[in-house]
Ligand binder design. Structure first.
Ligand code: PMP
Length: 282
């Protein structure tokens, strides 16, 4: 297995990260996960653009262009012979003696990337998943794809311990997002999801789904919705790079609609699959 460390391809077992890397000590960095289908990256540009947006928001300079990153990742896929799976990449503020203040400007960020084989989640996409509710106690810059994921991890763990796949987070009455996914509800044929502001990560899958709605005359709205709306929803689904479009069939032990995948969710899944085929072939 080849991995990328600072632009170099090295054997994973030979990769070395300093204990004073700021990502390791502070979570001072950002990341992206990109899906690979058929040996090709899906929505790579969107992910890389978001990486640069995240880097600006934490005032960190990425010493590569989008094109250079794209080429490196493409090369990594080839070297590892990856046909279906994910690429994980992160960039931290580099290695420097531990100090909360940013290091000097000449300290280079640390880039790491590796690939993982992963099948599409066909079973959960068909059968749907169970969820719990959880108060969203995270910070107020959730639009940054930060390495600091403790709030998300605590939420996910609570779900797992309840025998569920995901925690639907809410700030008081307003539903924000999952621990690793965005949440959408469908009411009377309309897809409703939280607006892309500081309270959620603007998921690439979320954006793709809204684009699909736009192009296929499926009504949609980006507007905050409440726990009450969630309870009364006809369908609920979550979106994310690894989970694609996964129906939510239970919230806190209560069935959503009939307790099986809804017709609009199903239609969105089919249209999403077409998008994958368009970009990556079949
Ligand atoms: N919200 C959070 C908190 C996430 O971790 C993710 C997964 N990266 C998402 C939403 C979905 O984003 P995307 O569709 O870009 O994977």
């Amino acid at each position: 297995q080849s991995v990328i460390v600072n632009g170099e391809f090295v054997e994973r077992s030979k990769a070395k990260i300093d204990i004073e890397d700021r990502g390791y000590q502070f979570g001072d960095g950002i990341y992206e996960v990109i899906r690979v289908y058929n040996g090709k990256m899906f929505t790579a540009t969107e992910h890389l653009e978001r990486l640069f947006e995240s880097s600006k928001k934490i005032r960190m300079q990425i010493p590569y262009t989008i094109n250079e990153l794209n080429q490196m990742l493409t090369e990594l896929i080839t070297r590892n012979d990856l046909t279906i799976g994910t690429i994980y990449m992160q960039i931290t503020r580099g290695i420097s003696p531990r100090n909360h203040a940013f290091p000097a400007a000449d300290i280079q960020p640390t880039l790491v990337a590796y690939t993982k084989e992963a099948a599409r989640p066909v079973e959960t996409m068909r059968a749907g998943v169970k969820t719990i509710l959880n108060e969203d106690i995270r910070w107020l810059l959730c639009d940054i794809k930060s390495l600091n994921l403790l709030g998300n991890l605590m939420a996910k763990q609570k779900a797992v311990e309840a025998g569920c796949f995901e925690a639907i987070q809410h700030r008081d009455e307003i539903v924000t997002e999952g621990s690793l996914s965005n949440i959408s509800i469908i009411k009377n044929g309309k897809v409703i999801t939280h607006p892309a502001n500081h309270l959620i990560l603007n998921g690439i899958t979320r954006q793709k789904v809204l684009e699909i709605c736009q192009n296929n005359n499926i009504p949609f709205e980006e507007i905050p919705f409440t726990l009450e709306d969630l309870k009364n929803a006809d369908e609920i689904f979550l979106t994310g790079t690894t989970v694609e479009i996964t129906p939510i069939v239970e919230v806190e032990g209560e069935k959503v609609g009939s307790g099986t995948i809804g017709s609009i969710t199903n239609k969105l899944q089919q249209l999403f699959e077409k998008e994958i085929e368009k970009q990556c072939g079949r």
